[in-house]
Each structure stands twice: as structure tokens, then as C-alpha cells.
Design a protein around this ligand. Structure first.
Ligand code: ADP
Ligand code: MG
Length: 302
């Protein structure tokens, strides 16, 4: 019997309070809307369809996770949302206006550490503010406030190479937030971190999200991470990336590590696994060549 069948809840069940919360969320204004988006890449004479017919919307202060197998177009999608890549068809609307090119209403955090190695932590944070024509003294003041918010005031004058991986990503997150973007786009930001640091960063990101008016679109291929963080999870299929299902998260907030052991968590994880790794036809063993019996080998050796 499959694990999901042994549970007393299905992935669609929600407690009354979680349902009420999600209903409230969906009644908030739409921040980002994607309509019938396609993306083709030309590779020699071949056309690769990276994304097909993608439509979804996120609401103010929503935490939306997008998951899908490697190569399904997650990074392409987030790069289009960021304005770093253009779609082949369809539209991306931010607060109802079409997106074209990068803009400061969209902050971005990538997997790799993207701090400038030649600038101190504080100057890294100030950089975006200065680019935005904020005077040096005001930028320094705001950088101090942000560093205080994430508990890194002590590290203001050190260089990125002196920080741990988790600290670097914390600085990268506030650097993306200083100009008060409407949306924070995150492409597998914690996947280079060890499991323990990663769990701490997830809790930490939720803390920041609570304090700042920000809508987050968070890409990951880690199912536990998506379930732990998201209000809703958009599941993409492989080659080409198409929307398979938009799943509402069943967990109450604030999120706690114990929820990872709940039946609701297990049920939704089983559903995501089914969508991302569909069961293969027939037993896998049959595809391997038969191993010769020991007696057969002995015959040829002796
Ligand atoms: P993911 O982030 O989900 O792993 P990507 O968005 O990086 O997937 O890639 C999706 C598909 O698009 C892949 O098949 C990839 O090879 C292809 N692709 C991505 N960028 C380009 C490009 N610049 N030129 C051609 N093909 C690309
Ligand atoms: Mg990617």
C-alpha cells in the first residue's frame, strides 16, 4: 500500500484556520501575473521549448514556491520574471504593468554568492542604494539598519570571503531588499548550503518575510523546503516546463520544524513526489543485465 493511502489526511485537506488564511491571501491584490507564457530557445536548427503555456498569479505578501525537475525551465522562468530574459509569447505584469527589462521593483537572489568580493559587507548593502541615487550618508544609515535587522551589525566592515555561506546569503537577501522591491525572486538560494545551515536560513527568511511587505517567488527542487516555506506550490513538469498543479500548502503559520513530521506534511510530500517522479512502468531491475551465478563464474575460472 502506498504511504499516502495509510494516512488519515490527503494533500487536499486543510484545517479551517489554514483555509481561512489562504482565502484572505487570495483576496489581496495581485502583485505579479503571468499570462500564457512560452519560451523557445533556438539551438542550431532545433527549437527547444523551455516553457509552455505558463499562467499564474501571486498575491501581496504571498510566499509562492515553484518546483520541478532539473532542466524544466525554473531558472528560465525566474530570469524572465526578473527581466533578464525575454519570453517568446505571453506577458508578465507587475502591479498590472508589463515588465520589460530589470527593475528595482524586483529583487533577486541566486544560488551562487553574488556579493562583490572587493567591497565590505556594509558597502555591498550600500551599493544598490547608491545606484539608486541615495546619498552616501543616508545609504550608510539604511545599510546599518538592515544589518541590524538581520543581526550582522558586527560584520559590517568585513569582506565577503570572511563570512560563512549562510551569512553571505543573508547579506545577499537584504541587498536585494534595500530598495523595497515589490517581489523578491529567489532561484535555489540555499541549495549550496549544508542541511543544518539551510534549515536555519529557511527559518530566517520566514522571519524577514514577516517583517517586510514583500511577495516572494522562491524556486527550489527540494520538496521539503517548498512545503516548509510556501503558501502555495506551483509544480512544473519536465521538458517542456508546463504547470502540472498549483497546490495550497496545508501547514499553519508560524512554521515550526516539528511540522516536518506531521501527516499533512507527509501527504503533500507524497503528492509532490508523485508529480515530480512519476512511477516507472514495470520493475526497474529488469532493465539491468542478469548477474551470472557464482557457479557459472567458477566454471570459467577453473
Ligand atoms: P532549471 O532551472 O529548471 O534546471 P533551466 O531554466 O536552466 O532549467 O533550463 C530549461 C531548459 O532550457 C533546459 O533544457 C536548458 O538546456 C534550456 N536552456 C536554458 N537556457 C538556454 C539558452 N540560453 N539557450 C538554449 N537553451 C537553454
Ligand atoms: Mg535552475
Amino acid at each position: 500500500m502506498a504511504l499516502a493511502e495509510k494516512l488519515s489526511v490527503t494533500y487536499l485537506d486543510q484545517s479551517a484556520s489554514v483555509k481561512a488564511r489562504l482565502d484572505r491571501l487570495k483576496s489581496r491584490s495581485v502583485i505579479l501575473r503571468v499570462n500564457a507564457l512560452n519560451k523557445f530557445f533556438q539551438s542550431g536548427r532545433q527549437t527547444i521549448t523551455a516553457l509552455r503555456n505558463i499562467s499564474f498569479q501571486t498575491h501581496r505578501r504571498e510566499f509562492l514556491c515553484i518546483i520541478g525537475p532539473s532542466g524544466c525551465g525554473k531558472s528560465t522562468l525566474v530570469r524572465i520574471l526578473a527581466g533578464l530574459e525575454t519570453q517568446s509569447d505571453g506577458e508578465v505584469l507587475l502591479d498590472g504593468r508589463p515588465v520589460s527589462g530589470p527593475g528595482r521593483e524586483r529583487g533577486m537572489v541566486f544560488q551562487g554568492y553574488t556579493l562583490f568580493p572587493w567591497l565590505t559587507v556594509k558597502k555591498n548593502v550600500m551599493f544598490g542604494l547608491r545606484m539608486n541615487n541615495i546619498g552616501r550618508a543616508e545609504a550608510a544609515k539604511q545599510a546599518d539598519e538592515w544589518l541590524g535587522l538581520i543581526g550582522l551589525s558586527k560584520f559590517a566592515d568585513v569582506y565577503p570571503h570572511q563570512l560563512s555561506g549562510g551569512m553571505k546569503q543573508r547579506v545577499a537577501i537584504i541587498r536585494a531588499l534595500v530598495n523595497h522591491p515589490r517581489v523578491l525572486l529567489m532561484d535555489e538560494p540555499f541549495s549550496a548550503l549544508d542541511a543544518q545551515t539551510r534549515a536555519r536560513m529557511q527559518a530566517y527568511l520566514l522571519e524577514i518575510w514577516k517583517k517586510v511587505d514583500i511577495t516572494i517567488v522562491f524556486i527550489t527542487h527540494d520538496l521539503d523546503e517548498a512545503i516548509f516555506l510556501a503558501d502555495r506550490i506551483l509544480v512544473l513538469s519536465a521538458h517542456p516546463g508546463e504547470i502540472q498543479e498549483l497546490i495550497q500548502g496545508p501547514l499553519a503559520r508560524p512554521r515550526r520544524p516539528e511540522q516536518l513530521n506531521s501527516e499533512a506534511f507527509t501527504a503533500i510530500k507524497a503528492r509532490l513526489e508523485e508529480l515530480i517522479h512519476p512511477p516507472q512502468d514495470g520493475p526497474e531491475e529488469e532493465t539491468y543485465p542478469a548477474v551470472p551465478a557464482l557457479s557459472d563464474i567458477r566454471d570459467t575460472v577453473e
